[in-house]
Design a protein around this ligand. Structure first.
Ligand SMILES: C[S@@+](CC[C@H](N)C(=O)[O-])C[C@H]1O[C@@H](n2cnc3c(N)ncnc32)[C@H](O)[C@@H]1O
Length: 376
């Protein structure tokens, strides 16, 4: 199995390289209107935003900045297949312009626009980003009634183009079954509040560049891709930044395409891409290890798992997980500035050597080989 990952250093307002309906999933995060780090970009693209900021007209600036993003949402709708999802990570902004401190509700502005374009809104994910900054509380302190609630979350808007996607062809159905997620992952990932993304940021990007680029955590993109697409699908990020979506797509055995208006980001996108094989395989292993821990907990509490996964030969909770298979990456070939291609192993590798598991779902008695095999 192979996947391809293409990068265009172009404005995504128009994506002529992409035919209508050619993308299966969009995962993205635009520059956030009214957050100061993006003022330079918006004022360069919109004289109206520049004038409004200059004249300290907060809502006019907010509106002008969103008018820069609007054509990208329209183009995103065109290139998305019927039944395809769009996941848009966006935070609201608080800002004082002149004397007026207020909230600029980016998420509701984008949602309203996307609904007008024909997207179906679905329940969103609240990404809780707790801050420990001593200055996090704003306003009159302990004295009512002039203190403000602190913004400690962002959202991932979840939208779909039209009705549910159909999986009709046998090959499509098979890839969908292989793309299943573990029952215990489902319970976390499909919750509408995500608290636990902090510990999963490490890897290809380190803290400082991440903060300056507005990059989202690898895990955020990896989960969304795993939840809303199948292996072999094509994922688009029209606001690519450092390329997190491409790396997560590669790790999840999906193809991907990114558009980025700033050619300077090429270095970040291709930075350490050679390490994607080891990095992505770590994530695959951590999912398997997580499942093995879950099986142990079940065993310790006397819970019986009824089904057995055919590829790994370990117990799973539901029949839907019996063909789940996470391909390990074997190689990456880079075409500098244009993209990269990833090859995968189609066999379960050392996992197939695992001792058989009884249909009752109990792990074999000691020694327990699973973790050692994965650690190789
Ligand atoms: C919030 S950042 C995305 C960060 C990305 N999710 C990551 O993990 O690195 C938004 C990016 O969109 C880019 N951008 C803004 N407007 C654009 C446009 N019209 N077309 C393509 N890229 C654009 C910006 O240069 C910036 O890199």
């Amino acid at each position: 199995m192979k996947t391809t990952h293409r990068v265009y250093f172009e404005d995504s307002e128009r994506m002529p390289a992409l035919p209508a309906g050619s993308v299966d999933l969009i995962v993205t995060s635009p520059p956030y209107p009214m957050i100061e780090m993006w003022d330079g970009l918006f004022t360069r693209l919109s004289p109206a935003a520049r004038d409004a900021l200059h004249q300290q007209q907060g809502f006019a600036a907010f509106d002008a900045m969103h008018r820069v993003l609007d054509p990208v949402w329209e183009e995103a709708h065109r290139v998305l297949r019927p039944g395809g999802f769009a996941c848009i990570n966006i935070g609201d902004a608080t800002r004082t312009i002149g004397d007026a401190f207020m909230l600029y509700p980016n998420h509701s502005r984008i949602l309203t626009r996307c609904i007008a374009l024909g997207f179906t809104p679905l329940p969103a994910i609240l990404w809780r980003k707790q801050t420990n900054s001593p200055n996090k509380f704003m306003g009159s302190g302990m004295l009512p009634a002039g203190a403000y609630v602190t913004l400690e979350h962002e959202l991932v808007l979840v939208l779909r183009k039209g009705p549910k996607r159909e999986f009709t062809h046998p090959k499509e159905k098979q890839l969908r079954r292989e793309s299943a997620i573990f029952w215990e992952e489902r319970n976390l990932w499909y919750s509408d509040v995500w608290f636990d993304l902090k510990g999963t940021r490490q890897g290809l990007e380190k803290g400082e560049p991440r903060r300056r680029s507005g990059a989202f955590p690898f895990e955020l993109a990896y989960r969304l891709i795993s939840m809303f697409s199948a292996k072999g699908d094509t994922v688009l990020d029209p606001f690519l930044g450092t390329g997190t979506t491409l790396k997560a797509a590669a790790a999840a055995a999906r193809n991907s395409i990114g558009f980025e208006i700033e050619p300077d980001f090429a270095e970040s996108v291709f930075h350490r891409i050679r390490e994607i094989v080891g990095f992505a395989n770590e994530r695959v292993r951590s999912r398997i290890d997580g499942h093995i821990d879950f099986i142990r907990q079940c065993r310790d509490t006397g819970r019986t798992l009824k089904h057995v996964n055919r590829r790994y030969n370990f117990p799973v909770v539901t029949r839907q997980e019996t063909e789940l298979f996470l391909n390990l990456l074997t190689d990456v070939r880079i075409q500098e500035k244009h993209g990269f291609e990833v090859s995968y192993s189609d066999s379960a590798g050392p996992v197939s050597d695992l001792p058989a598991v009884s249909p009752a779902g109990n792990l074999p008695p000691k020694p327990n080989h699973q973790l050692e095999l994965f650690a190789r």
